[in-house]
Each structure stands twice: as C-alpha cells, then as structure tokens.
Design a protein around this ligand. Sequence first.
Ligand SMILES: Cc1ncc(C[n+]2csc(CCOP(=O)(O)OP(=O)(O)O)c2C)c(N)n1
Ligand SMILES: [Mg+2]
Length: 320
Amino acid sequence: MTAINSETDPVSMLECMMLIRAYEEQMAALQAAGSAAGTCTSVGQEASAVGVVRALGNADRILTNHRSAGHLLARGADPGRLMAEVMGRSDGYCKGKSGSLHISARELGVVLTSTIVGGELALATGVALSMQMLGEDGIVACFFGDGAACEGIFHESLNLASVWRLPVLYVCENNQWQAFVHRKETMAGDHVSEWARGYGIAARTVDGNDAEAVRIAASEAVATIRRTGEPFLLETYTYRLRGHFEPDDQSYVDRDELAAWRLRDPLATLRRRLIANGGVDARELDRMEHRVKETIASALAFAQASPYPALSELTTDVYA
Ligand SMILES: Cc1ncc(C[n+]2csc(CCOP(=O)(O)OP(=O)(O)O)c2C)c(N)n1
Ligand SMILES: [Mg+2]
C-alpha cells in the first residue's frame, strides 16, 4: 500500500524534486529509444508540484492534468508502479489501462488525471460538491494549465464553486506554454489569478520555481479554504523547460527566453539556498541525487519485469 507523503522540510522537498526530474528524464529517454509511450514531462515545474502537494492533508483529493507525474510522485506514488502504468503493465496503478493520461490512485486520493484540457476543472468542482453533500472532510486540489484557464470551462467552474461555496484549491501552473503556442498569443494579461477575483474568489500568484515559497503560499491557501469553506486560486508562475511532449525539439521556443528560465531552475535554486544557509553539505546532496537515480533504475527494472495484462483483463474495471 502506497503511503501519502506529507514531509515539508526543504531537504525532503528537494529530494522529491530530484526524484521527479530523474523520473521525467528517464521517461523521455525511454521515449526517445522507442520503448515507452510519449509523455508530457513536468521538467522545470517540480517546485510547483512538491510545494502544493506537500501542503495538503491525507483526506484531501487531487485532480490533475496531462502533466501529472510530479503531482503523483510528490504525493508519495511509487515510481515503479507509475512507470509500469505508463508502459501498460499489470503492476501499474490502473493495471496498465490508463497510461500517463488517465491515471488515478485511490490510496493517494488522486481521483483522476484528465487529458481533456480543462476537464479537470469541472470534475474537481463536482468532486468538491459531492464531498460537501456527503459531509466528508478534506478539500480538493485541482491542477491545470494556463491553456485550460483560457477555456470557457474554467470560468463556468469558478463561477459555480463561488456560488456554491465549494472547498477547491484551483492551482494554475502557468508555465508560459499551451502545447506549441506561447501563452502571450492567447491570453489577455499575464496572470490567471486576476481573473478569479471577478468571481469573488481569493487568489494569489507565487514564484512557481521556489518550492518553499509555493509551499508557504499553498499552506496559507489550504488554511483559508478550511476556515471559510470557500474556493481559492493559487497561480504558480513557472516555465516548461522541455517540450510539450516527448520527443519535441523545441525549435519554436525563443532561445533567450529558455536560457533565462534555465538560470532559474527550481532544483538548482533550492540546492544553492540549502547550501548557503549552511544546513546541508553539497556532498550530502550529491549522495542524495545518486540515491534518487538508483531508485529510478530499480523502478525501471520493476516496470520492465511487470507482465502485460492478460487478455481477460480487457473487460474488467471498465464501463461496457
Ligand atoms: C479540450 C482539448 N483541447 C486540446 C487538447 C490538446 N492539448 C493537449 S495539452 C494542450 C496544451 C494545454 O496547455 P496548458 O493547459 O497550458 O497545459 P500545459 O501543457 O502547459 O501543462 C493541448 C492544446 C486537449 N487534450 N484537450
Ligand atoms: Mg501551459
């Protein structure tokens, strides 16, 4: 049984960010070699995932989108079972039936991954309504992109969540890209958080590349939701450092913009701060990174050894 991870000390958060980075790079390498299905990696967005997810409690639910591996790993997902899922193997979280785009993990409170851009917004709002009607504890965290925020469903969902006073933490990961289109070509203004205020929803933008700043902002947002029972929108302003999916040569990306954001890499930022504050030795962090890479190597061996589902599984756990 996978345990929910709620560690919030910065070293533990950095270790998880290293795990996410190593996982995503491993999946990209497998994809490039033609031995795994294409995935949308969250490289560059690790601080947003870890900072928000670690601010949640055990009873809280998560709905996420196509860029979900960071959210799952931050919550405590087993990297071997996650890889097995993406590779269509029977030991995956959904017995290999969901791949990376529809994954759910009941034991982690991850209700659904929506590959329909914006679908998670309506579904998370519905999950919060059901929790409210059933009198269940907990709030719902909903991860979506700046592209989803430009769809009508964002506005419909926020409007109803405000009117019905639903306990949802809407987390917009504003990574500047909407597939192969830059955000500036489709979005009025720079900040999705400004739109929430029109629906009477409290909102805030935080530096999405600073894990500690995200964790503090998310904890405050979660506390506000628990106190008021009302929704909150947190925008993590960040950058997608790899392509939309794998492989993607990023030939359409402005080189200077990419280089500027690379200098603000969330892992390097937290690592530098931990060393400068004197609490952690650089060699210890190197050893941590080495251990994380070993974890990913064993996860891959586990996933590759896992069998494909039996033919009889074709009609189980699905609606017919
Ligand atoms: C309704 C719908 N329209 C289009 C797509 C194709 N598509 C998949 S991801 C994506 C970009 C989404 O951008 P954003 O919401 O900013 O998320 P990001 O990929 O940047 O994390 C698009 C257009 C889709 N899956 N669903
Ligand atoms: Mg985006």
